[in-house]
Design a protein around this ligand. Structure first.
Ligand code: UD1
Length: 419
């Protein structure tokens, strides 16, 4: 297993380009199953999760031609209607093929995704929503077997919890259902807006995009289109936070400020000077240590759970004390134990981390436990004195394109060693 060796202490300074969004690219790729002709998707990030989704599509018989950051995908005809365990176990987002496959073919078999390091992550709301559209769902031999031989039917469904993947799966299923589906308490994340725009370009009829109430008028067929995936707001936030933690100064290109407001507000509270343009964000700490900032994660437009770990790492070297509460996933503060091994002073009280900032962390061997926790360890290591060795970085390759190259451009001392 590869490791990162990071020599800390450098202020991160410079300009980098942000990649396309992983969490938007994945559902968009799944949604190509809805269309009867080829689509060309550009600005796809080079990430293991995207490669896994393309492999999953190929295993279903979809024709995939990918090069650099774009892919031509033709799902005119599927030859298999089963997402196998081998792929689903490496990426939970594989569940996103369930809705589109069922809507288009009246049948879908998807290996039941298990838990993961950050929590149990059930899919009960996805399944209840599909049942409300008339699907018959059975769980058999570790597989979700969904059937709707006479097609899905429009329904009025209220999600009892805000779920990003659930909203995406049900929105895709409803696009080809008979009649109108209303989804209440829908997630409003920018990635859902991006998926809806892609689907509308393919011929779907969706209203209320970006709100908590989606109204989808089913159509009988959809066609392929050309689409550019939005920038990755979590990658953007990660580099901004890394710059804040190291008293640095960065400019991030090919990104957007309007999808990151809660994060930018919190960064401004640290004392960072932030400027934004149509497709860039600049942050300058003017050489100062950040001030500690408290936060609570919640569904969009509130502070994203996917930025919690990075802010926890920044708070570890900030001036003052912060309280960081995680309300989305039950197990997502585990990286704090690794930060404490680097000299952080973090105490856990239920789902809240109480972080007393220290002037400097000290490099240590640490272990990455999930994608965003790994990013937090890289930030901590950049801000620390001495050398940090981060083990199990395969997690980070799922979500950050060319992470070591980008940190190197910003003056970070990071290298990958094969394990
Ligand atoms: C997506 C993102 C992930 C992000 C998360 C929350 C992708 C590929 N991943 O994950 O990076 O951290 O949103 O912003 O886009 N839940 C249920 N029942 C369900 C579905 C979800 O109880 O049927 C719960 C989950 O356990 C969790 C909460 O709802 O506590 C939110 O999960 P959800 O929004 O569904 O996350 P994902 O779509 O898996």
């Amino acid at each position: 297993m590869d490791k990162f060796i990071i020599q800390g202490g450098a202020r991160l300074e410079g300009e980098i380009r942000i990649s396309g969004s992983k969490n938007s690219g994945l559902p968009i790729l799944a949604a190509t199953i809805l269309a009867e002709g080829p689509s060309v998707i550009s600005n796809l990030p080079h990430l293991n999760d995207i490669t896994t989704m393309l492999a999953l599509l190929r295993s279903l018989g979809v024709k995939v031609n990918s090069e650099k950051s774009s892919a031509e995908i033709d799902a005119s005809r599927l030859t298999e209607l089963e997402a196998p365990y081998a792929l689903v176990k490496t990426m939970r987002a594989s569940i996103l093929v369930l809705g589109p496959m069922l809507a288009r073919y009246g049948e879908a078999n998807v290996s039941f995704p298990g838990g993961c390091a950050i929590g149990s992550r059930p899919v009960d709301i996805h399944l209840r929503g599909l049942e409300a559209m008339g699907a018959k769902i059975e769980v058999d031999g570790g597989y979700i077997r969904a059937t709707a031989p006479r097609g899905l039917k429009g329904t009025h469904f209220t999600m009892d919890k805000v779920t990003v993947g659930g909203t995406e799966n049900l929105m895709m299923a409803a696009a080809l259902a008979q009649g109108t589906t209303v989804l209440e308490n829908a997630a409003r994340e920018p990635e859902i807006v991006d998926l809806a725009r892609f689907m509308i370009a393919m011929g779907a009829k969706i209203e209320g995009v970006g709100s908590g109430r989606l109204e989808i008028n089913g159509v009988s067929r959809m066609q392929g289109c050309q689409y550019t995936v939005m920038p990755d707001r979590i990658e953007t936030g990660t580099y901004l936070t890394a710059a804040a933690a190291t008293a640095g100064k960065v400019k991030l290109l090919a990104t957007r400020a309007d999808i990151l407001e809660a994060v930018l507000d919190k960064l401004a509270e640290t004392g960072a000077h932030i400027e934004t343009g149509e497709d860039w964000i600049a942050l300058d700490m003017k050489g100062d240590r950040p001030r500690a900032v408290s936060l609570t994660t919640a569904p969009y437009p509130a502070f994203p759970t996917d930025m919690q770990a990075q802010f926890t790492a920044m708070n570890a070297v900030a001036m003052g004390e912060a309280r960081v509460s995680e309300t989305i996933f039950e197990n997502r503060l585990i990286q704090t134990h690794e930060l404490n091994r680097m000299g952080a002073q973090i105490r856990l009280d239920g789902n809240t981390a109480i972080i007393k900032g220290v002037p400097q962390l000290k490099g240590a061997p640490v272990m990455a436990s999930d994608l965003r926790a790994s990013a937090s360890l890289v930030i901590a290591a950049m801000a620390a004195r001495g050398q940090t060795v981060i083990d199990r970085i395969y997690h980070i390759d799922r979500g950050y394109e060319s992470i070591e190259e980008k940190f190197k451009v910003l003056g970070g001392h990071i290298r990958r060693v094969p394990g």
